[in-house]
Design a protein around this ligand. Structure first.
Ligand code: CDP
Ligand code: CDP
Length: 222
């Protein structure tokens, strides 16, 4: 059976990674979280104590080996063979990730790696520029959106479970600011590809969202 490339894009908290994880298991596909890759570079950058300026990008990238590996604890993110899956989700990294991701050199290197990981097909890749830049010929492209208030509430649930205290309003302002930064950057901004299917999942459960990916895929491969 044909193994296709599925590109999922959309703003923060629109359910891309969680639905991709479920759909990839159902389809037997590889899931690639490109946001985790940008977060890993950002984490490494902060660890090195360097200012977030373009001129350091080459040095940081040269010293940062990013890998996504499937382990007995699910998919994990590694930097130089160290599991940084928890560290890349801190507020510090979340604040710094958009400026780092806006840098041309960083994007060039990450996109090369992403294309290498996905070009055989049988892959679901999620991010901001997958359908527009990384795989413009992807067989299925979905652009997920959801109401910012709902996205903030979803994120708050996650953070509360981790013991972090933040209000929905604070999270909402942060995701709106990050989406704006990501949408307005010069290189590969967050944008719906012309041929991507727009799906609003404000009122969809995670399972329904994942099912939608699976059904659309089955329609293409059958
Ligand atoms: O999960 P969440 O929506 O918080 O974000 P993420 O998918 O982990 O992505 C973190 C950040 O990485 C985004 O806000 C973008 O700045 C950047 N990113 C990107 O520029 N291009 C991608 N393909 C994926 C993420
Ligand atoms: O990857 P992205 O930033 O687009 O979003 P996510 O990390 O997959 O989803 C953010 C949170 O929303 C997770 O806790 C999901 O379980 C939850 N979610 C939900 O409650 N309903 C949906 N339809 C999609 C996601």
């Amino acid at each position: 059976m044909k193994k296709i490339i599925i590109a999922l894009d959309g703003p923060a908290g629109s359910g891309k990674s969680s639905s991709a994880k479920i759909a990839s298991e159902k389809l037997g596909y590889i899931y690639i979280d490109t946001g985790a890759m940008y977060r890993a570079v950002t984490h490494s950058w902060l660890q090195m104590g360097l200012p977030l300026e373009d001129k350091y990008a080459e040095e940081v990238i040269a010293k940062t080996k990013v890998e996504l590996k499937v382990t007995e604890n699910g998919q994990r993110t590694f930097v130089n063979d160290i599991d940084v899956s928890e560290e890349i989700r801190t507020a510090e990294v979340t604040t710094a990730v958009s400026p780092v991701s806006a840098m041309g050199y960083v994007r060039e290197k990450m996109v090369d790696q992403q294309r290498e990981m996905g070009n055989q097909g049988g892959v679901i890749m999620d991010g901001r520029d997958i359908g527009t830049v990384v795989f413009p010929n992807a067989d299925l492209k979905i652009f997920f959106v959801a109401d910012p208030e709902v996205r903030a509430k979803r994120r708050q649930l996650e953070l509360t479970a981790k013991g972090e205290k933040v209000t929905v309003e604070e999270i909402k302002q942060q995701i709106i600011a990050r989406d704006k930064y990501d949408s307005e950057r010069e290189i590969s901004p967050l944008k719906q590809a012309d041929d991507a299917l727009l799906i609003d999942n404000t009122y969809m459960s995670l399972e329904e969202q994942a099912d939608k990916i699976v059904k659309l895929t089955q329609k293409i491969i059958s």
